[in-house]
Structure formats: structure tokens, C-alpha cells
Design a protein around this ligand. Structure first.
Ligand code: GAL
Length: 473
């Protein structure tokens, strides 16, 4: 029942969600710094101005992570800290900050797992069209090289992008993330293609440097399953997975796009501009890509919409991940089902869906190295006699780690697991209400840190290498 010694038990965060200090030490503004100023975009108009002040408290936070026994810490670098206006001058103080984080981790033997892009784009680039502008590709590759050169001697795991589907989908279809554009499928597909090109070119640049580390990217992993055996609903399942999985994983792992999706994009006038040199970069980078990171929270249960396609009016509420909406193309809808369990935010809890999804991925892509780069439970944790009793989180992570072990035993190549999140942090749209961490942050008292029940539990699981997980009998 033990995980292998090379398997990494970790936890994750993202810069905008924890750091605060949005204009300190030369950091430039990001698209998020600006977007959250629009009233109604986030819960109670919360912003990341202070977040959990990790910028000033990183030593305390990393010490706690070490005490928890974390073997690896996944965090992201804020691009506008490194290159304040997206291109041009490098901000040495930004480099110094991440050097301190990395060195602090290493001093405890914690493996730093670094995400280069977790959604905070330098504002200047957003103003020039963001990910729909091909100049952003070159800017990213330049930024990535700066990071490889500054940190690559100690960082041996790089993730280029976090969840392209979320920042492009919310950015160009739902209007819920920057740049806040709604219902523009053509821009959405252009943005995704530009991101994949930027990934491919960054992989090629990384390999040229011969730093002998691993590079990949993290996708959200929400496998679609039909609600029943009805042929129409089964069609919806395949259709959803073509758009939700294959469109995202094929260019990274195979170096090209799924024909099924390309045909529809052609028919509907949504085909992005794909340059020949980008096509080449995708093909060349695919075999050099070292791993794929999966962020798994929930599967999607789908049913076909017959007749007139439905249209959804997007709002913050229906962009926060719960089922109940038609797909962007109006072909199917996601539904909640009576016999399933859901979190307070309506996200399905399904470790079984995780195993089924991993089997599906293995069928599609064979023996690919994977890391679970996010998985966790968003909850409002009860405080009983001063203790944070997050028992539902313990059960959630237990069951998903058991699912990971099962998949590994079936031959899926999973090398590590990162719980989301190491510490309570700012949820992009839900403020501080939705908690994910092992470490509680007291917003009433000076942002004091406190260990939750799950902190002690995760420590014991890591110590036993998973042997003390509660496996079903
Ligand atoms: C993911 C995202 C994280 C975090 C998480 C939980 O989509 O990568 O930054 O917000 O969802 O809501």
C-alpha cells in the first residue's frame, strides 16, 4: 500500500493568490490587479492586494510546509515581478524574491516545482491583446528564458502554463477572468493556440539550455461522462472530451490538433491562425515534453441538448465551476445528478471519476509521465474550541490519494501529488470564503497561521508513504 520512494507528496499555491505586495519592489501591474477593480467581478470585490501576505511571510510559511513533511512545493512566479511591463527590463528584486523562496525550500529539502504562468499577465501585454496577440508568445518565451537562466540551476521541474482552458475560457467565453470578454469562440481558440505555441517554444528553449530538468504543463482534468447510455448523451460525452481533453492534450503530447475539433472549427468559422513555424514548434516540442500535470477537482456529467441550441448568460456565479450550464457551443449541458455527492460550491466529489478519467487518458496517450498538480476540497472549515476541524478535507484527499494509488497499480505513470492548497489563500472569484489549505490564515487576527487537522493528517500520510491511508476494504 506504499507509494514508491520517488513519488513526491506535495502541495501547491499560485502567486496572485498568496503573495500580496502587488506593487512592491518594482513589480509591475498585472491583468488581475486591474480586473478585480471592476465591481461585481469577485466575491465582495476582494482583491489580491494583500492576499495572505506570503511576500513578507514566506519564511514562516515554508517552515510550516517543512514541518508538515512536504517533499515538494508547487508555486508560481509572477511574470510582472520579473519583467514588470511584460517585455524589456528585468527586475532584479523580483529575481531575488524567488531565489529566496527556492533557497528556503531547498534548505529544508523541499523540491521546488515552479509554474511560470498561473494567470497573472503583465497588464501592458493584456492591453495589447493578451493571449490573442502573437507578440505575447515571444514575450512569454523571453520571460521563460529569464527564469530558466536565473533559477534553473536549482529548479528541475518547470510547468509552463496552468489550466489554459480556464484562463482562456473564462477570459473569452464567460467574461469571468481577464480580459473579461464574452462569447468570442474565435478569440478563445486563437488564445489557446497561442498558448500552446508559447509552451512549445519555451520547451525548445529550455532543452537548448541543457539544464537537465523536466518541463511540462498543467491542464485542468475534467473528464466528461454521459449521464446514461442513451446514444445522444454518449455522443455528448465524446464531443465534450474532444473539446475539453483532446484539444488541450493533443498539441502538447502529439504535436497536432484533433481532426474532429479542427473540422468543427472550420465549419463554424472559429479556426485560429496557425503559422507554419508554430506548427513546426508543436511537432518538435511534443517528444521533448517531459510530463503533463493534471489538476483534478471533478468530472463533468453531460447530456445532449436536442433541438435549438441553448445560450447561457454568463455571470460570476455560473463561471465558478459548478454544473448546470450549456456548453459554449450549445451542443450539450453539464448536469448535477441525484446519486452524486457535491461540495458546498456544487462541485462533484468523485474519486471514481478520477480513476476512470486516468484510464481514459492512458487509452488516449499511452505511457505519459503525469503529476497530479492540483486536487483538493474547497470548504468553509469549522472551528471547534479553537481548532480547525477540516475532516471533510481529510476524507477528500484520502479518497483521491487512494484513487491515485489504484491508477498507479493499474499502470498509469503518476510521479507525484500536489494538494491544492498548501495554505488558505485567495480564491480567484470566491474571496477568502472558500478554503483549501492545510494551514489556516486568520483574517481577523493579523493573518496568523494555524495548523489544521489536515496538516497533522497529511504529515502522517507522507511519513508512512501512504500506507496509513484509509483504503476501502
Ligand atoms: C484551479 C486553479 C487554482 C485554484 C483552484 C481551486 O482551477 O488552478 O488556482 O483556484 O482551481 O479553485
Amino acid at each position: 500500500m506504499k507509494f514508491s520512494n520517488s513519488f513526491l507528496f506535495g502541495a501547491a499555491t499560485a502567486a496572485y493568490q498568496i503573495e500580496g505586495a502587488i506593487d512592491k519592489d518594482g513589480k509591475g501591474p498585472s491583468n488581475w490587479d486591474e480586473f478585480v477593480k471592476i465591481p461585481g467581478k469577485t466575491f465582495e470585490n476582494t482583491t489580491g492586494e494583500l492576499a495572505v501576505d506570503h511576500y513578507h511571510r514566506y519564511k514562516e510559511d515554508i517552515r510550516l510546509m517543512a514541518e508538515m513533511g512536504l517533499e515538494s512545493y508547487r508555486f508560481s512566479i509572477a511574470w510582472p515581478r520579473i519583467i514588470p511591463n511584460g517585455t524589456g527590463e528585468v527586475n532584479q528584486k523580483g529575481i531575488d524574491f524567488y531565489n529566496s523562496i527556492i533557497d528556503e525550500c531547498l534548505s529544508y529539502g523541499i523540491v521546488p516545482f515552479v509554474t511560470l504562468y498561473h494567470w497573472d499577465l503583465p497588464l501592458e501585454l493584456e492591453k495589447q491583446g493578451g493571449w490573442t496577440n502573437k507578440a505575447t508568445i515571444d514575450a512569454f518565451v523571453h520571460y521563460a528564458k529569464v527564469c530558466f537562466e536565473a533559477f534553473g540551476d536549482r529548479v528541475k521541474h518547470f510547468i509552463t502554463f496552468n489550466e489554459t482552458v480556464v484562463f482562456c475560457g473564462h477570459g473569452y467565453l464567460a467574461g469571468a477572468h481577464p480580459p473579461g470578454i464574452k462569447d468570442e469562440p474565435k478569440l478563445y481558440f486563437q488564445a489557446t493556440h497561442n498558448v500552446f505555441s508559447a509552451h512549445a517554444k519555451a520547451v525548445l528553449a529550455y532543452k537548448e539550455l541543457k539544464q537537465y530538468g523536466d518541463i511540462g504543463l498543467s491542464h485542468v482534468f475534467s473528464p466528461a461522462f454521459s449521464v446514461d447510455d442513451n446514444v445522444e448523451n454518449k455522443w455528448a460525452e465524446r464531443h465534450a472530451n474532444q473539446f475539453g481533453i483532446n484539444w488541450y492534450y493533443d498539441p502538447i503530447l502529439k504535436g497536432n490538433y484533433p481532426d474532429y475539433v479542427l473540422k468543427i472549427l472550420e465549419d463554424r468559422g472559429w479556426m485560429p491562425e496557425i503559422l507554419e513555424e508554430e506548427r513546426l514548434a508543436l511537432t518538435q516540442a511534443a517528444p521533448l515534453n517531459d510530463f503533463i500535470g493534471l489538476n483534478y477537482y471533478q468530472p463533468v456529467r453531460v447530456e445532449r441538448i436536442l433541438g435549438q441550441a441553448e445560450h447561457v448568460e454568463h455571470s460570476r456565479e455560473n463561471a465558478t465551476g459548478a454544473p448546470g450550464n450549456p456548453s459554449f457551443d450549445g451542443e450539450y449541458r453539464s448536469v448535477s445528478m441525484k446519486d452524486k455527492r457535491y461540495t458546498k460550491w456544487g462541485w462533484e466529489i468523485s474519486p471514481e471519476g478520477f480513476v476512470d478519467g486516468l484510464r481514459l487518458l492512458k487509452d488516449y496517450y499511452g505511457d505519459v509521465t503525469m503529476y497530479i498538480t492540483e486536487n483538493g476540497l474547497g470548504d468553509e472549515d469549522p472551528i471547534i474550541e479553537g481548532e480547525v476541524c477540516d475532516i471533510p478535507r481529510i476524507n477528500f484527499i484520502n479518497d483521491h490519494l487512494v484513487a491515485v494509488k489504484k491508477a498507479i497499480d493499474e499502470g498509469v505513470n503518476i510521479q507525484g501529488y500536489y494538494a491544492w492548497s498548501a495554505i488558505d489563500l485567495l480564491s480567484w472569484l470566491n474571496g477568502y470564503k472558500k478554503q483549501y489549505g492545510f494551514i489556516y490564515v486568520d483574517h481577523q487576527h493579523n493573518l496568523d497561521r494555524k495548523k489544521k487537522a489536515s496538516f497533522h493528517w497529511y504529515k502522517s500520510i507522507i511519513e508512512s508513504r501512504g500506507e496509513t491511508l484509509n483504503y476501502p476494504t
